[in-house]
Every structure is written in structure tokens, then in C-alpha cells.
Design a protein around this ligand. Structure first.
Ligand code: ADP
Ligand code: MG
Length: 704
């Protein structure tokens, strides 16, 4: 407990009522107030002296209210006006139709206003925004410039609330900031050499500069410091989870005999890419060590994750264990089984597929082969984790499309003794910085290279006017015996109207442009077995055109499908579009992907078009993901799943602070490896920070 842990009410200028209002904003302790930093800054470079404000400009001014009043107009409108003054002169501010502002502003208040300069009997500002910087009758001690603006002054705007307005916050900081800063020095947990190495300023300096920046360029350095803290403490939580998952109970140290691995190498019809070989080395090192593997393998569609997974599974089998591969749907499980059987050739390894749809005696026999160990590789869906499935010696669990499973499902196979290694796979490339932040508890391997000799997919952006021509092109593919996907934005449970629209469009297509073709509609509200049936018909060529929402399976392989049309493409994220595009061009023929955007044609440089141009230009999933991150911002990526899990970052900007992500994570991991529960007195401060930031959840560190 330090002084900063005391309730805000203990601070100067905070009574019981104000303390309640602050609590409603989430400000409970003195430290909470200190970390309540401005959201915006204005300085001489953004503030215009009154004398220089000209009609037609949009300006931000700072000055003192000299007089005020309501001015009635002939049309009956009541306009509140105030005259404000700075060192250079006087100007009128007017709030047409907002007479209530009169009650908010007092003569002598220092205010900041932003808005257009207009001409009404002289220059007049009509503020869009106004902020009371200081109250006329509440000038904080030591503030000697109630009217003028000293050169170099920076105005900070805080996140405020109705009952905790801007000027109250400013006054609270005027009264308390020096004391708060003097106390926070005790929170510093980074040594000067570490700060120098990471180019970080002191914690107290950072908080001081955020509240009272001597110049705007100091704000960036201050945010950088708090960004590091955020990443480091998040990293500690994740490192702790990682430690528990990989070290706390014994894992398996697989013995590599090369009996199967060498044989697979010899029969493989291709050479592994450099990236495949590299991630395989990561995986082999994990599996042969007693530390349990908990690794995420990321790689674009078609980069060859399956064969990598197969090598890992054979390493487990060589060492005397079984390996399981879990896929989100039966159709994907079957596809994996087919690919794996083909890659194995004649190698004597028992493969079993467990399907939810198989019941009765055949199911019992399959389960028996798994239980006695006759099956060495077991492939399936959720059926793998059902009651009644017993393994003889499960050593490795591979989860394909891991984000399609809940944490509990992913872990269900892993919670047994000895604990199997786990390899999670994802075909959704995300930038490394994002992956390291979101999945810090996992080790990360990335395949960033496609096998050579792939036929590229051609991508075009089209307008709705071109739709008819696009459909004629689709028909030309169909005439050659090929198949097509038509994709519409996702149909959510709530989007009843959209479902109707997609169904109507489907009916129309069937009777017009696609008359005489075998067309099927598939959407997210269908039962899983019905979707599976449609996909199998499509795979078998019984359906020419699949009209679908994004439920088109990631990872599904229909080499004969060569063309895809995506409607309302602007409603998809780029990464999502890239996933969809991965469905075509899996055969010998190059694919075609046409994205139709309803952004108006006279807006060729609109935001959607700019994004789609990036998508059309490159087929590199990681490049697209980086672009998506740049355009949409990190908030979109962290999404609902992550919310409240500590990954909502206030200060860290994954693009701006890219260079801090790796050191934060590495330092966090190193610390947890040496002091897993943070009980060493030398780590007392860090432990206290963690408890404050993560509260209950920091309990997973156990009692010291
Ligand atoms: P994904 O990463 O999407 O799961 P797959 O494992 O399905 O990719 O591989 C896509 C195709 O590429 C498969 O047909 C596979 O046999 C083939 N493949 C994998 N690795 C290589 C390689 N190094 N060279 C050539 N073809 C490869
Ligand atoms: Mg795959």
C-alpha cells in the first residue's frame, strides 16, 4: 500500500460528492487520477491568436470571457454570445440556438473554443466545441495568468464527464499533480540502464509530461513509456499462463528415431520450403525437450501447414505415442485424412478418422482402435473430445483453424497425464506484432512463403454497373466445366432482412443469369450437417455455383472452383477477403476473384476503393494483414473475444511502438522463468503493479 492507493477523496479539492462522480468514471484511487491523462493537446502551433483569426478560417482560440449575454434576433432565435480576449485582441463567440451555454460560462473563465470564423457585424466564431480551462472564481494557487496565454503554453483536454467537467479536472491536477508525481517515483520498476536500452523515460517524468507537457514532442516519449508498461504487464500475465501450460507439470520429451521421419522425407514428392523447414525445427526442438510445446503455427492458405503437422505427428509416433488432429468440420477432417493418407504413401502408420456422424457398432470399433493404440494418427472433429473417446498414449494434439474452437475445447485433449504437446494452426495471417500481443502465452512460428510454382489468382475490383459482365464471365468458366462461388456479406442471427435479400437475390439469379445451372444457397443459419452436405455436393461437382455467406470454409479445397465473386466487398475486412480468395486457384488453372463494391463510381478514391486496391495489388496475406491493421486500427483486431482480457490497450499502439513488443515480451518471459510466482523481494514492485492492473486475475500467480 502506498499513498497513491488511497481513495481519491483524500486528495485536495475532492469532497464526498466529487469523489462519487470520479468513481463513476472509474477513478477510485489517487493513482487512477494520475493515470487519467489528456486525450488531446493544443499549443501555439494549433492555437490562433485572436488578432489573426480571419473569416473563413477554422480555428482554435484560447482566452478569457470578458462579457456575455443573450442576444434575441428578429426571427425569434435567442443567441448566446460571449466576448473573449487574449493578448492580441477581442472576438465574439456565438452559440446560435444554444442559449443554455449562458449558464455554463462565467465572466472571467478561461476557455478554449474551436470552430469556424464567420462574419456577422464583424468577426464571430461559432464554436463546435468549447472547454473551460479554468474557472473565474477557482483560480488555482500559483496560476498568475488568468487572462493571457504565456508563450509555450499547451492546453490539455481531458476525458471529462457531465458531473466532472474539464475545468474540475484541470483544477484537481493544479492542486494535486505535484504531490501525485512525487509519489509515483516510488512505482518505478525499471533501472536506468534498462530505460536507456529501451529508450524509455522515467515513469514520473512520463506522467508529468502527459499532464503538463513542456512541448508537444514530449508527449510521444511519455506515451511510449506507458505503452511499454502496458505491454510488459500484459506480457507477464501471458508468460505466467505459458509457464503453467508448458513447465509446471511434466511434458513429454519425444525421442527421435527418424524411422518414420526419414521415410516421409524420402517419399515426399516435393522439397520443403525454407519456411516449412524452419518452423519444423522450432517444433522438433519443442517436442524433444521436456518442456511441453504450446505453439501457434501461422501461415497463409496453401503454404503447406498440413505436411508440417504430419512431420510433427510422425515424431510423436516414432517416440511411441499417438497424435490427434482436430478440425472444425467433418469435411475438413476428411480432407486432412485424405491428404495425410496420400502423403504417407505406404508407410505403416494406422490412421483413424472419428466422425460425429458415425454411430453404433462402427463408432465403437473406431474408438476401440484408438483406445488400444492400433490407430497412431487420429483425425476428427469435436468427436475427438467427446465422452467415451480414450487414447492409448496421446502425445501430440494438433488443432487446425484454432480460432474456431473455444479455449476449453482446445484444452480438452491436453488435460491428461502425461500432458500432450499442442500445436495450434491458423490460416489467418496477422502481423507478428499483433500475434505476439494477442497470443503472448503461445510460442509463435510463421510460414511466410508459398511453395513455388503456384498459379496466381487474378483479382479485379468492379462496380455494380459491371455486375452483368462479371456474371457473363462466371458463365464462361462454368461453360468450361468449372465451378464458382458467389459470396455475400455474413448473415447474422439478427440480420433477418439481409437473409431475405440474399434469398431473393438467389431466386433471381437462378431464374435469370444462372438459369439452367445447378446453384445452391448456403448460409450461417443452416444446421451444420446441411452445410456439410452442400459442401460435399459442391466438392463432388454436383453443384456449379455456390451462393454463400462467409461460411465458405477456410481450408476447403475444391480445385475445380476457379472463380469467385464477392458482393458488397467494402463490408469485409481485407484479411477476410483474402481468406475468401484462397478458395479459388487451388487447381492447375489460375483463379479469378472479382470484388464488387457499391461505393459510388464517382468516388474512385473513396476509403473502400483504396483498401480494395491494396487487396487487388498483393496476394501476400501478411502484407494484407498489416495494411488492415494500419487502416482499421488495432481495436478491430482485438475484438469482442479479447475484450476484458487485458489486451485492450490504452497507450500501446502496435504500429508506433512496434519496437517495444518483442523486448516487453522477452523480458516478461525471462522474469517469469526465474521467478514464476514473483515472490522474490526484488520483484515486489512489479508484483504490486501487476496486482493493481489485473486485480483478481493476477491471483493466478497464487499466494506469494
Ligand atoms: P495449408 O497451409 O493451407 O493447410 P496445405 O497443407 O493444404 O496448405 O498445402 C497446400 C498444397 O501444397 C498441398 O497440396 C500440399 O501437398 C502442397 N505442398 C505443401 N508443401 C509443399 C512444398 N514445399 N512444395 C510443393 N507443394 C507443397
Ligand atoms: Mg490447411
Amino acid at each position: 500500500m502506498t499513498a497513491l492507493d488511497k481513495p481519491v477523496q483524500f486528495l485536495r479539492g475532492v469532497g464526498p460528492r466529487r469523489s462519487e462522480s470520479l468513481q463513476r468514471m472509474g477513478i477510485l484511487t489517487a493513482r487512477d487520477l494520475l493515470y487519467h491523462v489528456p486525450r488531446r493537446y493544443d499549443d501555439a502551433s494549433t492555437i490562433t491568436p485572436v488578432a489573426l483569426a480571419e473569416v473563413g478560417m477554422d480555428v482554435t482560440l484560447a482566452g478569457e470571457v470578458r462579457s456575455k449575454g443573450i442576444v434575441p434576433t428578429r426571427s425569434g432565435l435567442r443567441i448566446f454570445q460571449a466576448v473573449i480576449k487574449d493578448d492580441s485582441g477581442l472576438i465574439t463567440c456565438a452559440w446560435p440556438g444554444q442559449p443554455w451555454v449562458e449558464r455554463l460560462l462565467r465572466k472571467g473563465d478561461r476557455i478554449l473554443v474551436t470552430g469556424p470564423v464567420k462574419f456577422f457585424h464583424g468577426r464571430q466564431i461559432q464554436p463546435r466545441e468549447h472547454t473551460i480551462l479554468a474557472r473565474a472564481d477557482a483560480a488555482p494557487p500559483g496560476d498568475t495568468s488568468p487572462g493571457g496565454t504565456p508563450p509555450g503554453t499547451i492546453f490539455s483536454t481531458y476525458p471529462a464527464a457531465e458531473d466532472v467537467p474539464q475545468w474540475v479536472l484541470r483544477r484537481l491536477f493544479a492542486l494535486n499533480l505535484d504531490w501525485l508525481i512525487s509519489q509515483v517515483a516510488r512505482d518505478e520498476y525499471l533501472t536506468p540502464p534498462t530505460r536507456r536500452a529501451l529508450n524509455l523515460i522515467e515513469l514520473s517524468a512520463a506522467l508529468r509530461d502527459l499532464h503538463r507537457p513542456p512541448s508537444l514532442d514530449r508527449v510521444d516519449a511519455a506515451r511510449r513509456r506507458l505503452a511499454y508498461d502496458e505491454l510488459f504487464f500484459l506480457g507477464l500475465m501471458q508468460a505466467r499462463v505459458r509457464h503453467q501450460a508448458t513447465l509446471e507439470r511434466p511434458g513429454i520429451a519425444f525421442v527421435r528415431t527418424n524411422r518414420l521421419i526419414r521415410a516421409l522425407h524420402d517419399t515426399l514428392p516435393f522439397r520443403l520450403t525454407a519456411a516449412q523447414a524452419r518452423v519444423l525445427r522450432d517444433i522438433t526442438a519443442d517436442m524433444t525437450s521436456p518442456r511441453r510445446m504450446n505453439r501457434l503455427l501461422q501461415g497463409d492458405v496453401g503454404c503447406g501447414k498440413t505436411v508440417v503437422a504430419l512431420f510433427a505427428m510422425l515424431l510423436a509416433v516414432e517416440g511411441g505415442y499417438q497424435a490427434a488432429l482436430m478440425a472444425p468440420t467433418e469435411i475438413l477432417a476428411d480432407q486432412h485424412a485424405g491428404a495425410i493418407r496420400a502423403l504417407l504413401g505406404g508407410l505403416p502408420v494406422g490412421v483413424e478418422v472419428l466422425r460425429g456422424s458415425v454411430t453404433g457398432r462402427r463408432r465403437d470399433e473406431a474408438r476401440a482402435r484408438v483406445a488400444v493404440g492400433e490407430a497412431r494418427l487420429v483425425i476428427g472433429t469435436h468427436a475427438l473430445i467427446q465422452e467415451g473417446v480414450e487414447f492409448d498414449a496421446l502425445g501430440l494434439v494438433v488443432v487446425d483453424e484454432q480460432h474456431r474452437f473455444g479455449v476449453r475445447q482446445r484444452m480438452a485433449l491436453a488435460e491428461r497425464d502425461p500432458r500432450p504437446d499442442t500445436l495450434l494452426m491458423s490460416a489467418t495471417p496477422i502481423p507478428r506484432s499483433l500475434a505476439m500481443t494477442m497470443h503472448g502465452e503461445l510460442d509463435l512460428s510463421i510460414i511466410d512463403e508459398l511453395p513455388s510454382g503456384r498459379r496466381p489468382v487474378t483479382t479485379r475490383v468492379a462496380s455494380p454497373e459491371e455486375r452483368a459482365e462479371v456474371l457473363r464471365e462466371v458463365c464462361r468458366h462454368l461453360d468450361r466445366g468449372r465451378q464458382a462461388y458467389l459470396v455475400y456479406p455474413a448473415i447474422e442471427e439478427s440480420e433477418r432482412a439481409e437473409l431475405l435479400a440474399a434469398e431473393a437475390e438467389f431466386e433471381r439469379l437462378c431464374s435469370e443469369e444462372l438459369a439452367g445451372r445447378a446453384v445452391a444457397l448456403m448460409h450461417g443459419r443452416m444446421p451444420a450437417d446441411e452445410k456439410d452436405r452442400i459442401m460435399r455436393d459442391f466438392q463432388a461437382g454436383r453443384i456449379d455455383v455456390l451462393v454463400a455467406t462467409t461460411v465458405v470454409e477456410v481450408g476447403i479445397d475444391v480445385p475445380n472452383a476457379t472463380v469467385m465473386v464477392v458482393e458488397n466487398a467494402e463490408r469485409f475486412g481485407l484479411s477476410q477477403l483474402h481468406q475468401l480468395r484462397g478458395r479459388v486457384g487451388r487447381g492447375v488453372e489460375g483463379g479469378l476473384c472479382v470484388v464488387i463494391t457499391s461505393e459510388r463510381a464517382d468516388e474512385p478514391s473513396g476509403p473502400a476503393s483504396a483498401r480494395l486496391a491494396v487487396f487487388a495489388r498483393t496476394t501476400d496475406g501478411f502484407e494484407i494483414a498489416s495494411e488492415d491493421l494500419r487502416i482499421r486500427g488495432q481495436g478491430d483486431f482485438f475484438g469482442a473475444e479479447q475484450h476484458g482480457h487485458g489486451t485492450d490497450l490504452r497507450f500501446a499502439d502496435l504500429l508506433k511502438h512496434d519496437d517495444l513488443i518483442r523486448p516487453a515480451r522477452e523480458r516478461a518471459r525471462a522474469l517469469i522463468d526465474t521467478d514464476p510466482r514473483l515472490v522474490d523481494p526484488a520483484n515486489r514492485q512489479i508484483r504490486a503493479h501487476l496486482d493493481r492492473r489485473y486485480g483478481e486475475r493476477a491471483r493466478l500467480f497464487g499466494v506469494g
